[in-house]
Design a protein around this ligand. Sequence first.
Ligand code: CU
Length: 214
Amino acid sequence: MRATTFTNAAVLALASQASAETIKIDVGANGLTFTPDSVTAKVHDILEFHFHPINHSVVMGDFANPCQPAKTGGFFSGFQPVSSGEADQVFQVTVNSTDPIFFYCSQNTFSHCISGMSGVVNANSSQTLDAYQKAAKSEKSASNPQEVFGGRLVTSGSSTTTSAAPAATTSCTVSSKSGGNGYKRSDTCSGAGSVSASIGIVGVFTLGMAILLS
Ligand SMILES: [Cu+2]
C-alpha cells in the first residue's frame, strides 16, 4: 500500500515536471514591446526573456503601481545592452503562482514603460494589461530594484547557468540618481561583457550622429 502511494506521488511529480513549459518572451524585438505581451502560464512554467537592441530590462511590478517594482517578491533582469542580434544572456523566471504577474521594462530613455512596454502573465478580468498600460501613461518615470534577483541569467543557446544565485554577477550598480538612464548605467556593470557592450552602444550612437550630421 505504501509502495503504491509512493509510486503515485512519484508519477505525479514527474508528470508535473514534464508538463512544465518554457515560454519565450522577446524584449524589444518589435519596438518598445514584449512579444508576446500576454501569456498564460502554469505553476513551474518558466518565462524566458530574450533581450534585443538597444538596452532593455524586465522588472516584475504590481498592477496598482505601473512602472514600479513589485512591493513584495518579484524579479529584475538588470539591463541587458546589445547592439545587434540578441543579448548573450536570457533571463529565466519560474512561475510559482497563477495570480496575474505584471512586468515592464525600466529603461527611461524614451520612457519604455510609460510608452507601453509592459506585459502580463495570467491576466484576469479585473487586472488587464490594457488598464495597466493606460495607467502607466500617467507615471513620470520607471524604476527598478538595485540588483538582479528573482530569476536566472543564463547564457543564451546553452544550458549553462551563469548566475544561479539571486544576485547575479552581472548586476549593475543601479541607482535612480544615475539619471534613470540605462545606457549610462551599463557603464557600472561589473561584467566585462557589459562594459564592452556599452562601449559598442556608444559607438553605434556616435556613428548614428555622424550619419545624421553628414
Ligand atoms: Cu525597454
